[in-house]
Ligand binder design. Structure first.
Ligand code: HEC
Length: 159
């Protein structure tokens, strides 16, 4: 009788151990899956995060005929080292001719300049006076106007 009881006890503890093991393994799997996206792999995703109020802010220099040229000069001074000549993309920064940027609201781009995406290498530009930041926005936006929309682009649904 004692022998049977011992055997039972042993197999029960085995069972318990394997249940615990299975659980830890599952937890490990879940942890690994949850830990994978440590950073947001989507460049430009930050533009989508601009608060509605910032996004809706109109560019006060929208009709200023000199804003684009002034923005181009500022871009060469501050931005081209990362974003490349004429914002075509460089070693450190992405192209700003991408649809994500060109389709973004001027206020969203302004918000990015004001706040940066510091953890991803995009500096804060709040030291650049506001009117100059709006000139930069005009310049960036002007880069989309030169390229005529292709059939696929114009067929794409507007967000
Ligand atoms: C030190 C390098 C560096 C400089 C200088 C720099 N940028 Fe950036 N910029 C980046 C990087 C890196 C990203 C991508 C950030 C990310 O992954 O979200 C970025 C992203 C952006 C974006 C897209 C926002 C987004 O969602 O990522 C805009 C618009 C932009 N930069 C504009 C500018 C302008 C205008 C200037 C000049 C005033 C400038 N940048 C200067 C590195 C730089």
């Amino acid at each position: 009788m004692k022998v049977i009881a011992t055997a039972l006890a042993i197999s029960i503890s085995f069972l318990a151990v394997s249940v615990v093991l299975a659980h830890t393994q599952n937890a490990g799997d879940k942890l690994a899956a949850g830990a994978a996206p440590k950073y947001d792999p989507v460049v430009y995703a930050e533009l989508q995060k601009a608060p509605e109020k910032a996004r809706n802010r109109p560019n006060p220099l929208q009709n200023d005929p000199d804003a684009v040229a002034a923005g181009a000069i500022l871009f060469g001074q501050h931005c081209a080292e990362c974003h490349g000549d004429a914002a075509r993309g460089g070693k450190k920064g992405p192209s700003l001719r991408a649809a994500e940027v060109q389709g973004a609201a001027p206020g969203a781009i302004f918000w990015i300049l004001t706040n940066g995406v510091v953890r991803k290498g995009m500096p804060v530009w709040s030291k650049v006076p506001e009117p100059q930041r709006w000139q930069l926005v005009r310049y960036i936006k002007s880069l989309g106007e030169t390229a005529p929309a292709t059939a696929t682009e114009s067929a794409a649904p507007k967000p």
